[in-house]
Each structure stands twice: as C-alpha cells, then as structure tokens.
Design a protein around this ligand. Structure first.
Ligand SMILES: [Zn+2]
Ligand SMILES: [Zn+2]
Length: 400
C-alpha cells in the first residue's frame, strides 16, 4: 500500500530535484534542436539535408513534445521571410507591437495558418501515411502521451515538467525570437528588415538568438558569422555530419581575398555582390565610423553615444529609417561635406547591386566607376576600402 502511494507521488524514476532540472533542460533542448535543425534549417530553408531516420525522429519528437506540424511551421516561417515587417508578416513586432508578439506569439501563428498560406509556402513538406494519419489528424495525442509519460515517470512533479515543455516553444521561440529578435539586440549586417542578434552565444534557443545573421544569410545552415559568436545548432549539425546523418548545403557566401590583386574583374564583382552585406558592414566599420568620429570631434560634439547613433543612422537600411532618422541624416550631412560624401557613396554602392538586373558586364562597369570615383574623392579611408575591395575573388574550388 505504502509502496503504491509512494509510486503515485514520486513516479517510477526517482530523481533528486537537481536531476529533475537537468532532465527538463535536456528534453527542452532536444525540442529546440528539433525546431532549429529540422523545422527551420532543414524544412523551411533547405539549408541542410538530413538522413530520413533523423527526420523521422525529429517529427516524432515534435509531435510528442509540442504538437507542432511541419507543413504549418514551414509555411508560416517562409512567409515571414518573404514579407518581413509588413502587414502580411505573420509575426512582426515592428507591425503588431512587441507586447503582442512576445505574449501571444503562438496565437499569431494560429491566426496566420490559412489554407492559402499552407498551399503557397508549404511545398515540399512531409505528406506520408504517418503525417496524414497520426501527426496531422491527432495533433494533440502526442502531447497528451507526453503528459501521461511524465506523470508515470516522476509523479506529481511530472505535471510541472510537462508544463515547462509545453511553454518552452511558445515563450522561447515564438516570443523571444520572433519578438525580441526583431526588436532588441545588435546587428552585424544591414539586412532590409529589423532582425537583430539577441546575444552572441546561441545556446538556450539553439543558435536562433543570431537572428540578424540568419535574416542576412537565410539559406546558411550556420547562424554564427563572427569568430566570437557561437551557434549550438551548428554544433549539432556538425556532429550529425560526422555520423553521416547531415549534409549542410550552404554556410553563407564564401569569398577569398587575394593579396596584391589590383584589378577589378568579374570574379571581384561576383564576390563583392555575394558578400555585399559583409562589404557594407565593413564600409560602416572602416569608412563611416572613423570619419564620423573625426568630424564630430572637430565640431566639439563627440560623446561616444552621439558618434554611435550618428554612425548607426547613416548606415541603416533605408527601409528602417524613420522621419526622425531622416532629419538626423540631413543634419549630419549638412554639417560636414565629408560625411555627405561618404553617405552618398554608401547609397551609390547599394545602387550598384540594386540595379544590376542580372547583367554581369553592367555590374563590373558600375562597380569600376564607383571605385574610380571613390579613389578620386581624396578621402583616405575610402581609398583604402577600394584597395581591399579589389582583392576580393571567388575561391578557386567554387569555380568548379
Ligand atoms: Zn525573423
Ligand atoms: Zn528563417
């Protein structure tokens, strides 16, 4: 009798409080890996191929611990990238407000799941027997089984573990990534939407913290870009690759810098075009930053905050500059001819890729002209920038 009561309150697997915490973190981590590696990088972006056995494991695990459906998740997410930060975006805090996305992110998903969206954006997702007859038809059966399993294993505390599992994705993925990842944080790249990197160490939510990198290179299986950034999802992909179960298709653009190369040829133009976000980040770092600092210091108006905000507004993607930002740009460019000049050169460089229209000769011609003018501008930082730009090339292996 006592044994039975004991079993009821403590379950079959008697763990200490710490062991229970570790267990909970482990199962939620598996869920996060399933979301980031399987749903996000594999299904939505096709950035990594996964072995069928691994795909089946992730589908089963997601059904068991989240009740999420691959087709729905994939479609909503592809739509998010396609119409980012517009009224159509299924979850933009810039449009719907951070509060709404943070607290009701999961509801935004449900509201956006329409048959048209599934049809338009859900192509290539699983449609086999188990998907139709179990995962889609009995979506809540999995999480119910999980509840029974948790209570059987751990007794009453199993309920709490289950609640944490159920809340993990709506709060951490839908709330934190879709909300904060388009609102607060730092930006390595000026991608044309508001995506931010929340912290440089993507561990808790599997690397998805590096959301600005992801929006810049959406087809890259690896979400970290700087040497000091860490993406645990990528670590798992490499491990699966070692076991022959994953094959990353892309990790973002690869360019080579050839020391001493001084001619701007087609290779340079393609390399620069492919790597344009990093090229623009470099322009911000090496040309805009020092010049803004120098000009503002000369005017006796150079606290760190002022310099930083001036640099940010001058380099920001035009679609993200509000009226206040526009006024600030006019003020800064009116106050210094040099700032005006580097701002105009930034716009012109953006125009080089915006106007290219797939024509290689035109691209090389425009880029050459930009470089010639920049060299003649008399600004040393701009000349140094051009010199480095000319050394860009496409790695030999990539030609094959
Ligand atoms: Zn996003
Ligand atoms: Zn994505």
């Amino acid at each position: 009798m006592t044994a039975a009561l004991d079993w009821l309150s403590n379950g079959l697997w008697q763990l200490s409080a710490w062991q229970l915490v570790i267990f909970t973190l482990a199962v939620t981590h598996v869920t996060i890996v399933a979301v980031t590696v399987y749903l996000h990088r594999h299904s939505a972006h096709r950035a990594v191929d996964l072995h069928p056995a691994l795909q089946h494991f992730f589908r089963f695990w997601l059904w068991l611990t989240t009740g999420m459906n691959t087709k729905e998740w994939t479609a909503i997410h592809r739509k998010h990238h396609a119409v980012c930060e517009t009224e159509e975006d299924p979850h933009s805090p810039q449009v719907q407000g951070l509060k709404k996305i943070f607290w009701q992110g999961a509801e935004s998903y449900r509201d956006a799941t329409t048959p048209e969206t599934l049809k338009r954006f859900g192509a290539g997702t699983p449609d086999d027997w188990i998907e139709r007859n179990l995962y889609t038809r009995h979506g809540v059966l999995g999480v119910s089984l999980m509840l029974i399993l948790n209570v059987a294993l751990f007794g009453a505390i199993g309920l709490t573990i289950w609640a944490v599992q159920m809340l993990w994705i709506p709060v951490m993925a839908a709330g934190v990534i879709n909300g904060i990842g388009h609102y607060w944080g730092y930006r390595n790249f000026e991608c044309p939407d508001a995506a931010t990197n929340i912290v440089p160490w993507g561990i808790i939510i599997g690397g998805e913290e590096l959301h600005n990198n992801h929006h810049t290179y959406p087809n890259s299986a690896k979400l970290s870009q700087k040497s000091w950034e860490f993406d645990i999802g990528w670590m798992w992909i490499r491990l699966f690759q070692l076991l022959g179960m994953a094959d990353p298709r892309s990790t973002g653009p690869v360019v080579e810098k050839v020391p001493g190369k001084t001619t701007l040829d087609l290779d340079t133009a393609w390399a620069v075009l492919n790597d344009r976000f990093r090229v623009m980040a470099k322009y911000a770092e090496d040309v805009v930053s020092p010049l803004v600092e120098q000009e503002l210091s000369r005017a006796g108006n150079a606290t760190r905050g002022v310099i930083r905000s001036a640099r940010r507004v001058l380099c920001r993607d035009a679609s993200l500059v509000d009226d206040e930002g526009q006024r600030r740009i006019e003020e800064l460019t009116a106050a210094s001819p040099d700032i005006k000049l580097i701002y105009e050169y930034k716009q012109r460089l953006l125009d080089v890729w915006a106007k290219r229209g797939g024509n290689a000769e035109e691209l090389v011609k425009e880029l050459k002209q930009w470089c010639l003018d920049a060299e003649a501008s008399g600004i040393q930082a701009l000349r140094d920038f051009v010199e480095e730009l000319k050394s860009y090339s496409i790695p030999r292996a990539a030609h094959a």
